[in-house]
Design a protein around this ligand. Structure first.
Ligand code: FAD
Length: 401
């Protein structure tokens, strides 16, 4: 169910395994996706898919300093290429591999597990029956059960693709996080922090986006828009033409799904977003082949396997013990970061990007094995200033009390 990146990715892999697939989606699979997806180029290179990038930046930087121009550590050069997917190429690459699949343009309303099979009831009145249903209908799926662990933090961002009175970032530059707070008033600096994510698209077009990493409740679009305009104005930059506006809102620490349920999920519905960064597409590409092959193996070993058993096999492969433990560590880290004030958060990220590149990039891609991830977190702790260390252990609220 679905036609976003998660659905197309898993359908392509299921077809590769010679499994019979019917896809149900509210929108046609070749309809353009509303979001643009970014990724560190190396993640795609390691999968042999770097040609799917529509834009690639070598000049990749962040700013974490005091913004007064007297602090060299304000600018961090990542020395690591970042890219944006060519949406059309990515969608086509998936769809070429699924040419045999029937797409039903339908909205699923209910999923009923019968035993050997599962039925999907659609708004139109149609009913589809399958051996196992994979829900790839996104972060807000109502078919997947997960425990309630308190309010869910959301990443929120307001962005503009447009033309500006002066370049908002340098020529051919990508800015991962501009945390300079010099445009904020004394009151604003005590509010939940946000940063600028920005890039030069060439030919006078730039993308600038004010982003709140994670907050519950999320920062409103109007706050983010106001902050973006204030940030630009402080640098003497005015928006001259809006080509496209982006409103971004998705959960960062959605609890892991109940892995005994008889419906399987993939992508946002399966809580696959990286809780510390908000990225997911690299994880989809890496994890879909294993999930599809696990389902194919289970079906070939025991052709009569019922829906619940098949789903269980799928959940085991998608959320291995190792991945669950890594996810918990990331969620713990995110909770700590969310308790940090603006200055502490800047110091945290400035320290994080002082880690060796393999460490911070592996942390962000979630490709470090658990022991190495723990080592990296300990290393980060040991090189952090004491305020950050205290925050990491106790969270900031405890320090104040
Ligand atoms: C604005 C934005 C920017 C992001 N940027 C990045 C990024 O740069 N890099 C990155 O890795 N991640 C990014 N993410 C996070 C994540 O990768 C995306 O949210 C991603 O789109 C999730 O993919 P998905 O396929 O699980 O869900 P979606 O993309 O939400 O797709 C869900 C699909 O299911 C269909 N559907 C929904 N309900 C039903 C139903 N009842 N019946 C049938 N079909 C249904 C929808 O029509 C849609 O086709 C971003 C998220 C947002 C919101």
């Amino acid at each position: 169910m679905g036609a976003g990146p998660a659905a197309l990715c898993i359908v392509a892999e299921l077809v590769e395994q010679n499994l019979a697939v019917t896809a149900i989606a509210s929108q046609a699979p070749d309809q353009p996706w509303p979001n643009t997806y970014g990724i560190w180029a190396e993640e795609l290179e390691s999968l042999g898919l770097a040609s799917l990038l529509g834009h690639r930046w070598t000049n990749t930087v962040s700013y974490f300093g005091n913004g007064l121009g007297d602090d060299d550590s304000a600018l961090v050069n990542h020395h690591f290429d970042y890219g944006l997917f060519d949406q059309d190429a990515l969608q086509k690459a998936f769809l070429e591999r699924c040419s045999e699949v029937t797409w039903r343009i339908e909205t699923a309303e209910e999923v009923r597990v019968l035993g050997a099979t599962t039925e999907v009831f659609c708004k139109s009145g149609s009913v589809y029956r399958a051996r196992v249903v994979i829900d790839a209908s996104g972060h807000r799926s109502r078919f997947i059960q997960r425990p309630y662990l308190g309010p869910v933090a959301e990443q929120a961002a307001y962005g503009v693709v447009g033309r500006f009175s002066a370049p908002p970032v340098e020529d051919a530059q990508f800015v991962l996080m501009d945390f300079r707070p010099d445009h904020l008033t004394k009151e604003e600096i005590t509010e939940p922090p946000s940063f600028l994510y920005a890039m030069d698209f060439g030919e006078g077009v730039f993308f600038v986006e004010e982003t709140s990493l994670a907050c519950a409740p999320p920062l409103s679009f109007s706050t983010l828009k106001k902050r973006l305009h204030a940030r630009l104005a402080h640098r003497g930059v005015e928006i001259k033409e809006v080509i496209h506006e982006e409103h971004c809102l998705f959960p960062m620490n959605l609890p892991l799904p109940d892995r005994t349920q008889p419906v399987l999920a993939f992508g946002g519905a399966a809580s696959m977003v990286h809780p510390a960064s908000g990225y997911m597409v690299g994880a989809l590409l890496r994890r879909a082949p294993t999930l599809a092959s696990q389902l194919a193996v289970a079906l070939s070993k025991e052709p009569a396997l019922d829906s619940a058993s098949l789903a269980r096999e799928g959940w085991k492969s998608l959320w291995t013990r190792e991945l669950i433990q890594r996810h918990r560590l990331y969620q713990f880290g995110l909770r700590r970061l969310m308790s940090f004030d603006e200055a502490r958060l800047r110091h945290f990220f400035a320290t994080f990007f002082r880690l060796p590149r393999e460490d911070w990039s592996g942390f962000l891609a979630n490709t470090l094995p658990l022991p190495r991830l723990l080592m990296v977190m300990l290393k980060l702790f040991s090189i952090s200033p004491w305020q950050v260390r205290f925050g990491m252990i106790f969270g900031v609220k405890q320090i104040k009390s």
